[in-house]
Design a protein around this ligand. Structure first.
Ligand code: 3PG
Length: 409
């Protein structure tokens, strides 16, 4: 695969200005705004260190969260954390392509590292468009004259065709960074050697990605069963006709995921609840405490985790699997009362014989927190990107890197 696109090894980067796109989108404590897990910062620090050591002027582009969310912050803190991890100064500018950003880039010396502002502060960043269209945006037009090479290391965001991920590949020589290279190699290997029973455990807060993937992996025969947790499970429960009650329906609707219910229903009709598996009980918060209830007796309280019976049932299926791909936490694991589903399933995967791939920032954080990362075969930095790849979907940013290499030939 690596021959299809360039890597850092294909360029002499000494004295060159290298724009490197990384993904340091991290869980942030909603109360104090502090980064809760630095896994992604640590991962990308290796690529940054290598570029700096080889004498490049390193300019970093990254994003944190999405507009409208309470962890949609500046990257000031990320720069400080990166500095600590690298033991090198990482400069930060609260600008993206304004004169002050360009001045900061122009003032860099070989080996210097500069982190630009959250790319999603740029209103066009989150629009999904072709690399050609993205190459005409103001962000790309303003920064291109200042850079010699574009390195995309942001595997975790590689499924997005967003400006900073694909726009520079049209007019600037481009390469994959080390994180991107490793993720693509390891996951492709797993894909080429799928063993059955193969289980997908899908949870987290991005049900649009998950439901899409569910259709793909059940349809193309990769997955024997999909075990649902988190908001994905709540949508499937609703689709299966269980009354998840007003507060949980309103939560799904408020996030714009109500149309996922129809899609989940189609999957249930096509594959049955033996393959699209949903919880038999859930944990709700009542009077400040965790209470486990059956799925036909859910009161008007928020669902924060899968229930104890479901954990037992899912753990049994995991124990009998040859391969497990897990994406997204099972509940609000940041709250100790609702961490049980996520922690117990991570434990079940770690102690099973199955080849295991864990994907997604939050579940990767929980795996690291439990000290079980070494027990897994691969802990991917990507959630949506990892799972899209497993579903056989092309990743927009990788396709852009391949096209950039083709254009050179
Ligand atoms: C992720 O955390 O999965 C990546 O950073 C992509 O984030 P997104 O789903 O907000 O595009």
């Amino acid at each position: 695969m690596s021959k299809e696109f360039n890597t850092i090894d294909d360029f002499n980067i000494e004295d060159k200005t290298v724009l490197v796109r990384i993904d340091i989108n991290s869980p942030v404590d909603p109360d104090n705004g502090l980064i809760l897990d630095d896994t992604r910062l640590r991962l990308h620090s290796e690529t940054i260190r290598e570029l700096s050591k080889k004498g490049a002027k390193v300019v970093i582009l990254a994003h944190q969260s999405r507009p409208g969310k309470n962890d949609f912050t500046t990257l000031d803190q990320h720069a400080k954390e990166l500095s600590k991890i690298l033991n090198l100064k990482v400069q930060y500018t609260d600008a993206l392509f304004s004169n002050s950003a360009k001045e900061a880039i122009a003032n860099l010396y070989p080996g210097d590292i500069l982190l630009l502002e959250n790319a999603r502060f740029f209103s066009e960043e989150s629009l999904s468009r072709s690399p050609e269209e993205q190459s005409r945006t103001i962000l790309v037009r303003e920064l291109t004259p200042y850079i010699d090479l574009f390195v995309n290391d942001a595997f975790a965001a590689a499924h997005r065709s967003q400006t900073s991920l694909v726009g520079f590949t049209i007019n600037t020589p481009s390469a994959a960074g080390r994180v991107m290279e490793k993720e693509l190699t390891v996951i492709q290997n797993a894909l080429d050697n799928v063993e059955h029973p193969c289980i997908f455990l899908l949870g987290g807060m991005k049900p649009d990605d998950s439901i899409d993937v569910m259709g793909n992996v059940l349809g193309n025969g990769t997955a024997d069963k999909v075990l649902t947790t988190g908001i994905v499970a709540n949508i499937v429960l609703w689709a299966a006709g269980h009354d998840i009650n007003d507060v949980n329906r309103a939560f799904i609707e408020a996030r714009g995921y109500a149309d996922m219910v129809e899609k989940a229903k189609e999957l249930l009709d096509k594959y049955g609840d033996d393959r699209v598996v949903y919880p038999s009980d859930v944990a709700i918060e009542k009077d400040g405490e965790r209470v486990d209830v059956g799925i036909d007796e859910i009161p008007n309280n928020s669902i924060f985790d899968i229930g104890v019976n479901t954990i037992r049932e899912y753990a049994k299926i995991i124990r009998e699997a040859e391969m497990v791909f897990a994406n997204g936490p099972a509940g609000v694991f940041e709250n100790p009362d609702f961490a049980m589903g996520t922690e117990d399933l991570i434990n079940a995967i770690a102690s099973s014989k199955a080849f295991s791939v864990i994907g997604g920032g939050h579940i990767a954080a929980a795996t690291n927190g439990a000290g079980l990362a070494d027990e897994m075969d691969h802990v991917s930095s990507g959630g949506g990107a990892c799972i899209s790849m497993l579903a056989g979907k092309p990743l927009a940013a990788v396709e852009a890197l391949k096209k950039s290499k083709k254009m050179e030939d």
